[in-house]
Design a protein around this ligand. Structure first.
Ligand code: 6PG
Length: 248
């Protein structure tokens, strides 16, 4: 699979249009795979509209629920059901109504700590993939959804944290995140998030414009370094789009 490290930026009018563009890309990736499909969801607030949209008749009917397996790219170490819990948000907005329970692969947080959760999830991912090592010609995920934090983090990979350098582990614990909520995290590492046919960033709102400018300039930030084996696409709404990306 030819890796393209460049992010393709697609600009949408607003958050609604962006969610629709993301939904269309996801169903296109699903339609392109006649076998078992793996989608890695994002946390934070940006993807909520997308999850709600996928739950509408127009989209849910286009998802072969028995063949799609749902993962999460990072989790806050809080109990399932907590308002901060990433997978719970996706479950409430979408998954609990349509996905078979056996196709949900959350990061467990009822363990002895984030390290144990990371080890368990790494084993679950390896067992789903069927190998201990990722093969560049056989991506783990069809789609990996991601957001960008105000400091340039993505998933729970924070600037300056040693988790960004990790090349051996698939999943690691992050005891102290740089930004709120200040709860320990568990995150997939860059190479594992990148083992995807498509990595799809969603970035909305004027508050993201400054960091998006830096990410697109290629600053040494986790969100800038993250890329897929296949296509890396960044959906930005008009408010988030840097001046430098605007047509003259
Ligand atoms: C998390 C995330 C994180 C998020 C970004 C963007 O658990 O917080 O996975 O990486 O995607 O911080 O968050 P917003 O969508 O809330 O802006």
């Amino acid at each position: 699979m030819a890796a393209d490290h460049q992010k393709r930026v697609i600009c949408l009018a607003d958050a609604e249009a962006l969610a629709q563009a993301a939904a269309e890309r996801i169903v296109a990736r699903i339609a392109a795979n006649a076998g078992r499909i793996a989608i890695c969801l994002a946390g934070g607030s940006s993807p909520k509209k997308l999850y709600q949209l996928l739950a509408t008749e127009a989209y849910r009917a286009r998802i072969p629920w028995d063949r799609v397996h749902w993962f999460i790219g990072d989790e806050r170490f809080v109990p399932a059901g907590d308002p901060l819990h990433n997978m719970s948000m996706a479950r409430e907005a979408l998954l609990d109504r349509f996905a078979p329970a056996s196709n949900l692969l959350p990061i467990a947080t009822d363990t002895n700590g984030p390290n144990e959760s990371a080890e368990h999830y790494e084993q679950a991912l390896k067992s789903f993939y069927g190998a201990e090592r990722l093969n560049p010609v056989r991506p783990l995920f069809d789609v990996v959804l991601l957001g960008i934090g105000p400091d340039g983090h993505t998933a729970s990979l924070f600037p300056g944290d040693r988790a960004i350098q990790e090349t051996d582990r698939w999943v690691v614990a992050v005891p102290k995140p740089n930004v709120a909520p200040f709860v320990p995290r568990v995150t997939l590492t860059l190479a594992v998030l990148g083992s995807a046919r498509e990595m799809l960033f969603q970035v909305t709102g004027a508050g993201k414009r400054a960091i998006l400018t830096r990410v697109l300039a290629g600053d040494n930030l986790p969100a800038a370094r993250a890329h897929a084996l296949g296509e890396t696409v960044l959906l930005a709404d008009d408010a988030a789009l840097p001046e430098t990306c605007r047509a003259p």
